[in-house]
Design a protein around this ligand. Structure first.
Ligand SMILES: NC(=O)c1ccc[n+]([C@@H]2O[C@H](COP(=O)([O-])OP(=O)(O)OC[C@H]3O[C@@H](n4cnc5c(N)ncnc54)[C@H](O)[C@@H]3O)[C@@H](O)[C@H]2O)c1
Length: 332
């Protein structure tokens, strides 16, 4: 039985929620996170675990392969989540994105090959690698044509995992995440997702901007994302496989997403601006790397691993707003 897990990116949004879940399940865990201020890490995310003797928090960078040799050698399982997540940042600073999302992923795999080849790996990839959908819903067989540097580097990252699984037998699974949201996401700015800045403005009583409005999206609540990771980690069948994650319920437009967020705030009696959001045209610099409509076909993971998202957008946004409304100062 696996009991010793590593989460790269453990102080970030999904990583910290995953660590909380692993600790609840009785795992001994380590986190590797560089705590780069522009990314999603936040000490508040891990506050409740910092004195827990079953977790080690390593402030370390996955680009440093010498430290990886020590950190990875005894683990049985890696949830490999560390990454540069901003699409715009990847266009402004493509080499940093390359180093973290591609080169460092290869380093992790090389270290595993040399010091711990039986380690099980779950890699967090992204729907961004599909680019602009040619059909909807998008399944795993869809053409891969990323529209930004981040998508290209994440695609390289997942291919390295699949290659090392195939050639060296390092058992890896790739999950292609769609928009994931929930407590502990970065809301300081829109680097992680537009939902972050929407939530921030809403809770500060300021209107948020909805760009375009008609684009279709699907959203996974973070607990559902984590249950997919846990299912993949315990399935032999998942080794060497790629799975899309998707949203609970029907895909929604950005405008419907904004309206659902406002309804969630009203259900919690959160005071909000009289006109909570403004519709505007898509800014031209963002338009060039926009993917248009997207929602995933996640039947493969449903059939093979029995996963399905359970938390509706309204319920997930209500839980998320409730989390931030009592402690927003730690996330500004
Ligand atoms: N949140 C989403 O909607 C979403 C969608 C698709 C894919 N993903 C993928 O899921 C993973 C986790 O995303 P998240 O939303 O939790 O983002 P996040 O930014 O909150 O978490 C990523 C973590 O990685 C850490 N990190 C970045 N570079 C590092 C480095 N060089 N060394 C060590 N740590 C480093 C950051 O400090 C951060 O804590 C990412 O790989 C991302 O590409 C997320």
């Amino acid at each position: 039985m696996v009991s010793n897990a590593i989460v790269t990116g453990g102080c970030g949004f999904i990583g910290s929620n995953l660590l909380l879940d692993l600790v609840r399940r009785g795992f001994t865990c380590s986190s590797i996170d560089s705590m780069i201020p522009e990314y999603g890490a936040n000490l508040k995310n891990i506050e409740s675990m910092i004195h827990n003797s079953s977790i080690n928090f390593n402030i370390s960078d996955i680009r440093d392969s010498s430290s990886l040799q020590w950190l990875l050698k005894d683990a049985q399982l890696i949830f490999n989540l560390a990454g540069q997540t901003s699409h715009m940042d990847s266009m402004k600073d493509p080499f940093t994105d390359l180093d973290i999302n591609a080169r460092a992923q290869l380093s992790i795999l090389e270290v595993c090959r040399k010091v711990n080849p039986r380690i099980r790996i779950i890699f967090a990839s992204t729907r961004q690698i599909y680019g602009r959908p040619h059909y909807l819903p998008v399944d795993e067989a869809h053409l891969l044509r990323p529209v930004d540097v981040n998508g290209i580097n994440k695609l390289a990252g997942e291919n390295y995992h699949l290659l090392y699984s195939e050639v060296y037998g390092i058992p890896s699974t790739v999950l292609r995440l769609t928009n994931t949201y929930g407590p502990r996401m970065r809301i300081r700015d829109s680097r992680q997702t537009f939902l972050g800045i929407w939530i921030r403005n809403l809770l500060l009583g300021k209107p948020f901007e909805v760009w375009g409005g008609s684009q279709l999206r699907d959203y996974t609540y973070v607990d559902d994302c984590i249950s997919a990771m846990q299912l993949a980690a315990t399935s032999e069948q998942a080794i060497g496989q790629i799975y899309n994650l998707g949203g609970c319920g029907e895909p929604v437009t950005l405008l419907q997403t904004a309206e659902t967020l406002v309804s969630a705030a009203r259900s919690l009696d959160i005071p909000i601006a009289s006109k909570p959001f403004i519709l505007r045209d898509y800014p031209s610099e963002h338009k060039k790397i926009d993917i248009g409509d997207y929602y995933a076909d996640y039947r493969k993971i449903s059939h093979e691993l029995g996963w399905k998202p359970e938390v509706s957008l309204f319920e997930g946004l209500t839980r998320t707003l409730s989390f931030y409304s009592s402690q927003i100062e730690h996330y500004l």
